[in-house]
Design a protein around this ligand. Sequence first.
Ligand code: ADP
Ligand code: MG
Ligand code: ZN
Length: 625
Amino acid sequence: YAQMNVGSSLVVKGGKNKIDYENGNFQWEGSLAKKRIEVFKIREFRFCQRGVCNANMDGRDIVVVMPTGGGKSLTYQLPAILSSGVTLVISPLISLITDQIMHLRNANIEAVKMTGSTSKSDQDAIHAKLINMAAGRESEETEIKLLYCTPEKIAKSKRFTSLLQKVRDGGKLVRIVVDEAHCVSQIGHDFRPDYAKLHVLRQLFPEVPIMALSATCPPVVLKDLLKVLLLKPTVRGTAADLTGTVYFTSPLYRPNLHYKVLPKAAEGSKVYAEMTAWILANHKDASGIVYCLSKKDTEKVAEELSKRGGIRTGVYHSDRPDGEKEKLHKDWQKGVVKVVCATIGWYPFRSSPIWAFGLGIDKGDVRFVIHHSISKSLDGFYQESGRAGRDGNDSDCILYYRPQDASTLSAMVLSDKDGATKLHAMLSFVQNIQECRKIQFANYFSHSSNLSITSWSTSGVSATQRCGHCDNCTRPADSFERKDVTVEAWQLLKIMQSVHQNVTLAKVADLARSTGKGTFLVAGSGGDIENVLVDLLLRRYLKEQLFSTAYSNVSYIKLGERAPLLTRFPDKDSLANISSNLRIWCSFRVKLKTLKKAKTLKAGLSPEVLSASASSTLVAVPSTS
Ligand code: ADP
Ligand code: MG
Ligand code: ZN
């Protein structure tokens, strides 16, 4: 059956009668790509989306397990709009359905819902339209493409199921999608009795392919799911035949990518020198991408790399004329240009006309991706860095981080929906110099679902097992130090309490440095106070506040909701008996060096703070060892 559908474009993997949906070429891929960009504004598939869409177009039963936020919806919505007829989607919550419908209708896709709360007149209108479709009286352009319903409708409404039968009889029921499919299993924690009745779908519509989606599907639940939904036998691993259920999990962990976060020097010239040296030492003459925050940065970095290292660079950002962008793509693909300096993309893409460089480009031999500064979100970083090593060969993903960049990014994203939350995830990632990068990604991508990540890895590597080759896995134990900075945090918050003007993170750090007798100063980089500040931000002792003028956005730092937990202590000494769960610990990259002499005190601070900080060194921690 599948073979008939794919015809000559069928790709057989290893002669095992197995269709390679991930890498094969299929006749519909051009249209998939076109609609993906035009309708969904998504430039590039991620995780296993491409494979799932192909299997979907090929009419297979499918199980997809992808983390929440991974993009499961696209894998049925995109094929749905390319098909003639309606895709039925069963979803457990009306709020989820409403949200989906809103997005689809915004994209001009004919999507409707049938739930317990759909009005009689709406139901009648949908009814009439589906009957028209079944009778072939509806033109393809005006057809309902997606019909959402709750499981109760299937389990309890005879009227609805007989309507679906008519649609099917008219050849217009393309596919059935069961979202949050783990709800069918009594073993899972989300069991819903109406889901257990969904076996009627296969019984009523034996020839219509079924797709089950979930963010969590341990093997026992998967077994249940196949049984309850009566999906066709055969899953991944058993030399899949051409008709059985195709099972996809997102290969989040790519063992050939080596992640490393490097401290970024304060002086631009030093950053360029280090970056050039790194490229020449590790990937001379190889292809790479350097992602930068601003257009100005892309130009500067490109110039410096070529000046200092003779590296053939190109510049890519939204102000470059289309013709030049195209030429650069080609030159890069051919290897005439080796390193492209590009602006980071915008996520999500839905409303943005600005595409990041590398999106949708098929270039396997990208040996390194360097981030000249952090991305706006961890999703973004994962995606951008993931352009390295598509050919499976060893590649490096390097990120240069200095906490001061947090302010700049914050000013850029704070007005976006969930902008701060997304940025904070990125910041936690770079601030964390102990946990394996792979585990951090895994936790992040499965976090919002709060569910197990058993099915996260496809390569037989447990999700909780360290990768063994990222910077944090290979960091020598004595190159970082964990310090109790409760007192220092308290002092920083006291400073915040006493300044009555708007201050940026950098300003607070400056105040702190000049107030105390010593500093956190670490050889070559003055970022330790900033590090503590970012940690306090992530732990909600501080928060950001956006101030916009006609000319610029500035992100100021304010006391956060948890600040009183520390500021209620009147003086430094009273912190001695603070309970251990209120103590604040931070990791620092290198051993703290002996401290600089105090500078003169800055004006503008209250006597309280001055005496508080004068009675101790502000963030002074003498070197151990
Ligand atoms: P889930 O897997 O949790 O159902 P969704 O389908 O709701 O995830 O997608 C989450 C978000 O990711 C949406 O905003 C969607 O537009 C976006 N998205 C999906 N696929 C991609 C992609 N390939 N590139 C960028 N964003 C994507
Ligand atoms: Mg979803
Ligand atoms: Zn690791």
